[in-house]
Design a protein. Structure first.
Length: 243
């Protein structure tokens, strides 16, 4: 018993050295700032994320741009709601893990929890989910365990005709995809607008941005300003609490 106590005393001495506020406390080491981009196809999300990533990296921020779930989850067909459930889980898992560490300053998600919320509406319209199932999944995706950590969320939408024009600028084929055609894009834009109307009173960090009349430079400048405003607000809130 005395030997065991000696082990405990030695271990507790090491733990005392490690377990300090500067190591674990968010007051000393803030969690990363989390941003989610989602929206209709060819609205400018990926272009904006790429440019914001380069901008903040140049300023010496530690920035992470997680791989989009659609690029990772390719073994599940896109013709089922299970696909969007799985890609959302992929992003949410990263958000949970990253929010409990201090490795990064800024994390830019190309689709996360709010994206999945909107896609459930789409699959209901296709008859693949019942109303009860939609409500069940949507409330899960809106859990406070991760939505409270998303500091800024942007629904990025674009007029279908302009979206198709952008899509064809660098396309090697004229064939239309399942979700990159005018009819589907219109449905998705309507869904994102509906979701914003429903959710924005509950989630003030959620904004909808129409990019139809923006060029790439204007898009990047708009979102850079939006993100910096949100960051500055969090800094100001933190400073007010320490005064």
């Amino acid at each position: 018993m005395q030997v065991e106590n000696l082990f405990e005393q030695r271990a507790e001495r090491v733990l005392k050295y490690l377990n300090v506020d500067h190591r674990y406390g968010e007051a000393h080491l803030p969690r990363p700032f989390f941003v989610e981009f989602t929206g209709s196809p060819d609205s400018g999300k990926t272009t904006t994320i790429d440019e914001l990533y380069k901008f903040f990296k140049t300023l010496k921020f530690r920035v992470l741009r997680p791989q989009e779930g659609a690029e990772v989850i390719q073994h599940i067909p896109r013709s089922t709601p299970l696909y969007n459930i799985r890609t959302a889980q992929y992003a949410i898992n990263q958000l949970i893990d990253l929010s409990h560490g201090h490795m990064y300053d800024l994390v830019l998600f190309d689709r996360c929890a709010f994206d999945a919320y909107c896609w459930m509406m789409y699959w209901e319209s296709k008859g693949q989910l019942s109303r009860d199932e939609v409500v069940l999944y949507q409330e899960f995706f809106l859990s406070k365990f991760w939505t409270e950590k998303l500091d800024a969320v942007y629904f990025v939408v674009c007029d279908p005709d302009e979206a198709m024009k952008r899509s064809k600028e660098v396309s090697l084929t004229d064939r239309l995809g399942n979700f990159t055609n005018p009819q589907t894009i219109k449905v998705l834009v309507d869904r994102f607008r509906q979701a914003h109307e429903e959710l924005s009173p509950r989630f003030p960090q959620l904004k909808i941005v129409g990019t139809t009349k923006m060029d790439k430079q204007q898009m990047v400048e708009h979102f850079a300003d939006e993100i910096l405003v949100a960051m500055e607000k969090r800094v100001a809130d933190k400073e007010s609490k320490t005064v």
